[in-house]
Design a binder for this molecule. Structure first.
Ligand SMILES: Nc1ncnc2c1ncn2[C@@H]1O[C@H](COP(=O)(O)OP(=O)(O)OP(=O)(O)O)[C@@H](O)[C@H]1O
Ligand SMILES: [Mg+2]
Length: 725
């Protein structure tokens, strides 16, 4: 049941004075049911309520959100919360609304109807909204800045909270270019206090955050990074027969506990989650398509184990995570600390498990070196980034390959001194020192013998595609952030673009060492060539889809279809024409939007081909290419509005007829048609992301309109929406 807000008369007032602890605790109890403040919460709250800037460094799960949620309830007016992820904003707003607190968020995922209502409230002079969550991209738009200035002029803006503030620093592990734009807030809204919150800030990042946000004489609050309830442990892949089986065993023997497994690549997530599920573990891989449903199932304990890339979890508040496993070595101690810190937010005992492999290490080193060059154009800052990311990663390697207390290593990497006795045997190195020493010795032997045999196994397990130096991803590229988009793109696979874009290798397990070395040399040459030529390429060209890219996509479709044939046996399709068809579909849908979207569509179609059975494949191709399949498709049709393409296609009408005939006139159909009919009944056409979003928007905007209803009437608005994307 919703709780009405605690009357504020006794506590509120716009004047900048310290509000007493008692009144604030009363708010905490009334709205959140907690008996007292934790750590430095109270100090942070009192500081911002008195109008002072504050930099708040608290460990993951330490309760940073409360530092801006209580101020929102203590005084009238709005607290603006800048958050890097749409999923994170949605979760927090939902949780606050359930408590009866007037919180809203603004993002591109909302319908214009919802957005308008929020804007109406903001413009109303006396807004009822207490907490307004926004993305950094939105803050930077001139329209929103002037709106904030107006709200502020009316005296209704009382605090700006910047969550995950380390994203502003290029020294941080999760740098977001869009966060840089927040530096203008101080000049636009000079006397509104700013609260910067983060769980990860080495001294350099801390200084960078404070400087970049122009915090004035901020109260700097720091809590210890120690997470005493986490047991830290490393397992060595090179010493295990089968790391998958080992992880299965660990999870099973821990009981049906809640866990997050982090992998470097999405393909590993899929394979690993399939393996775990086969072994009876309640588990799902968090890929793009299933993203929100898996997240919902995991948050509501329908599934216990989620296998995801590191994009998952920032700010996700499931308290009872008992195991966080890194199946590949993380890129830095900061990243590792943040991710492993998602375990045990309820302060109860939990475990951080890291599977370390020498191959993984080499792969990550390559990725980081290449990523540094991609991120920066000036050679000096490139050098700096490259050195920094490699030295950050070396800390992680030392954590795994070095002897001594793991906890001590974590804390020391954040500049915190700790005596080994503080660990109280809560890491494998302190609890089983002899065993860990033995493992490290064995690891050394394994590595030496690899080197002696010249059989470095770099990249052998990668399955990501990399063709002609182009990387394929199903998600938006953060390169696009600096573009023209006025809205946020914060729901992309956050923070992983570095890894994602460079993790690929087309070397298979079967390639010989010579091939691998040649490939690496080639990659290195390409990398330096691109590095120089990139400078001359403007944004527009970078986003254009060249004929070479298109050809390579066709080739990828062809390969995927041939693989599908091997997997499925006979496939009665014409391969080349089908490959051209699939590529054309991607190009038609996203040719104008640019290569990120185009790749996104190519990648998801490829994944679909890899998973489809022969009926599904035949059906998809039959529904658009008149049988017999011929290579007669126009190669360069202008892009059309996707939903109309689908809905208006002549074959769609046949689909509907066949659909309605199922069970009555099936004898009239050929076996293939019968198959198609039943498939039409089971399988709706796979919508692309934009189709999905547009349909959703259409539905929301026209609640009376059913999904099957012809969209002709709304054609104009659909086109408009497409243009906006
Ligand atoms: N004073 C308190 N007493 C008890 N529980 C609290 C208190 N303050 C916050 N919590 C709870 O602690 C959990 C973690 O809080 P929160 O999500 O704000 O952490 P955080 O510091 O933002 O973590 P992260 O760095 O992972 O985002 C939440 O479930 C929250 O309800
Ligand atoms: Mg948080």
């Amino acid at each position: 049941m919703k709780k009405s807000p605690l009357p504020l008369q006794n506590i509120c007032g716009n004047e900048k004075k310290i509000i007493g602890k008692e009144a604030l605790v009363k708010l905490l109890r009334w709205h959140f049911g907690f008996s007292d403040f934790r750590g430095k919460q109270l100090e942070a709250i009192q500081a911002v309520l008195s109008g002072r800037d504050c930099f708040c460094l608290m460990p993951t799960g330490g309760g940073k959100s409360m530092c801006y949620q209580i101020p929102a309830l203590a005084k009238p007016g709005i607290v603006l919360v800048v958050s890097p992820l749409i999923a994170l904003m949605e979760n927090q707003v939902m949780a606050l609304k359930e408590k009866g607190i007037a919180a809203e968020f603004l993002s591109s995922t909302q319908t214009s109807h919802v957005k308008n209502k929020i804007h109406e409230d903001l413009d109303s002079g006396k807004p009822s909204t207490r907490l307004l969550y926004v993305t950094p991209e939105l803050i930077a738009t001139p329209g929103f800045t002037s709106k904030l200035t107006r709200i502020h002029a009316r005296g209704s803006l009382k605090l700006i909270a910047i969550d995950e503030a380390h994203c502003i620093s290029t020294w941080g592990h999760d740098f977001r270019p869009s966060y840089r734009k927040l530096s203008s807030m101080r000049s636009c809204l000079p006397d509104v206090p700013i609260l910067a919150l983060t769980a990860t800030a080495v001294p350099k990042v801390q200084k960078d955050v404070i400087d970049s946000l122009c915090l004035q004489d901020p109260l700097v609050l720091k809590s210890s990074f120690n997470r005493p309830n986490i047991y830290y442990e490393v397992r060595y892949k090179d010493l295990l027969d089968d790391a998958y089986a080992d992880l299965s065993f660990v999870l099973k023997s821990s009981g049906d506990v809640c866990a997050i497994i982090y992998c470097l690549e999405r393909t590993t997530c899929d394979v690993l989650s399939a393996h775990l599920s086969k072994n009876g573990i309640s588990c799902a891989g968090l890929n793009n398509k299933l993203r929100s449903s898996v997240l919902d199932d995991w948050m509501s304990s329908k599934i216990q184990v989620v296998v995801a890339t590191v994009a998952f979890g920032m700010g996700i508040d499931r308290k009872d995570v008992r195991i966080v496993c890194h199946f590949n070595v993380p890129k830095s101690m900061e990243a590792f600390y943040q991710e492993s810190g998602r375990a045990g937010r309820d302060q109860l005992p939990c475990r951080s498990l890291l599977y370390y492999g020498v191959d993984d290490r080499k792969k990550m080193e390559f990725i980081l070196r290449s990523a540094a060059s991609k991120q920066s154009e000036s050679s000096s800052s490139q050098d700096r980034l490259s050195k920094k990311s490699i030295s950050d990663f070396n800390q992680m390697v030392e954590y795994c390959e070095g002897s001594g207390c793991r906890r001590k290593k974590i804390l020391e990497s954040f500049g915190e001194q700790m005596s080994a006795s503080l660990c109280k045997k809560s890491c494998d190195a302190c609890k089983h020192p002899n065993l860990v020493a033995k493992y490290l010795e064995e690891l050394l032997t394994v590595c030496t013998s690899h080197q002696r045999n010249g059989s470095s196994r770099i990249f052998i397990s990668s399955s990501t595609d990399m063709t002609h130096g182009e990387q394929f991803s199903e998600f938006w590229n953060h390169d696009d952030e600096g573009g023209t988009s006025e809205e946020d793109i914060s729901d992309s696979d956050d923070g992983t673009e570095i890894v994602r874009s460079l993790a690929g290798s087309k070397l298979s397990r079967k390639s010989g060492v010579k091939d691998k070395i040649e490939f690496l040399q080639h990659a290195e040459e390409n990398y330096y060539r691109n590095k120089n030529s990139d400078k001359q390429v403007n944004k527009l060209d970078k986003n254009a889809i060249s004929e070479t890219m298109r050809e390579s996509s066709r080739q990828r479709f062809l390969n995927a279809l041939k693989e599908a044939q091997q997997r499925l046996g006979t496939l009665s399709i014409e391969f080349e024409a089908s490959a051209v068809f699939f590529e054309n579909q991607c190009y038609k849908k996203y040719g104008k939007s640019g290569k990120s979207f185009y790749y996104s569509q190519v990648a998801s179609t490829l994944r679909w081909i890899k998973m489809a059975n022969s009926c599904e494949l035949t059906d998809r191709l039959l529904s658009v290419i008149p049988a017999p399949l011929e290579n007669t498709l126009p190669k360069e049709e202008p892009p059309k509005e996707p939903s109309l393409l689908l809905q208006n296609h002549p074959m769609k009408a046949t689909d509907v007829e066949l659909h309605s005939n199922v069970g009555t006139e099936t004898t009239m159909c050929s076996p293939l048609q019968t198959q198609k009919a039943s498939l039409s009944a089971r399988l709706p056409a796979i919508p692309s992301f934009s189709e999905f979003v547009n349909r959703k928007k259409t539905k929301n905007n026209n609640p009376g309109m059913s999904e099957n209803q012809s969209p002709h009437s709304s054609k104009k608005s659909s086109e408009k929406r497409m243009r906006l994307q």
